[in-house]
Design a binder for this molecule. Structure first.
Ligand code: FE2
Length: 165
């Protein structure tokens, strides 16, 4: 993990302000995303973009809950982008990284829009590896996800060894 990713982690932990459940969630997504990235031999600079997105992907939840009373995917995608942009700009991130991460945050619940975005797909795979356990996603739904959404070899291996799908 680079020094910048560590800084983003600490900033996100401060932003979640003692919400241990949300903090534990992104730490786990970060680790799965890293396993997938390294399994796919992602270049280091791309891995860093993925890791920053993994840390910040749910950063829209607190504002979503405040404004709409829920953490629905469509709301947190919208609310997450400006929060991530401000947080990353405050840490001195360059515009390219900010835009790529914000693009991923804005689509991480929109599976039909993943297309050829390799990093976004890795993020979505890592997020589901965590949500499957945290939200007790039924095995049939996981099997459907593994078949239709997961494309990386490491993602398939993780779904197979952890959830048997
Ligand atoms: Fe998530």
């Amino acid at each position: 993990m680079t020094a910048f990713v560590r800084e983003v982690c600490l900033a996100a932990m401060r932003y979640f302000d003692g919400d241990a459940r949300r903090i534990q969630h992104f730490v786990k997504v970060l680790q799965y995303a890293t396993l997938i990235a390294e399994g796919e031999a992602l270049p280091a600079d791309e891995e860093e973009v993925l890791q920053v997105a993994a840390v910040l992907h749910d950063i829209g939840i607190p504002n979503s809950e405040k404004k709409y009373g829920c953490a629905d995917g469509r709301y947190q995608q919208i609310e997450g982008v400006p929060v991530a942009r401000e947080l990353l700009a405050g840490l001195g991130a360059d515009d390219t990284l900010i835009e790529r991460v914000c693009h991923m945050i804005g689509l991480h619940h929109s599976y039909s829009k993943i297309g050829d975005d390799v990093l976004l797909r890795m993020l979505v795979e890592a997020d589901m590896l965590v949500n499957a356990y945290e939200e007790e996603v039924p095995k049939e739904s996981l099997a459907h996800f593994a078949t239709n959404i997961v494309r990386t070899a490491k993602g398939h291996a993780l779904f197979s060894v952890i959830y048997g799908v």
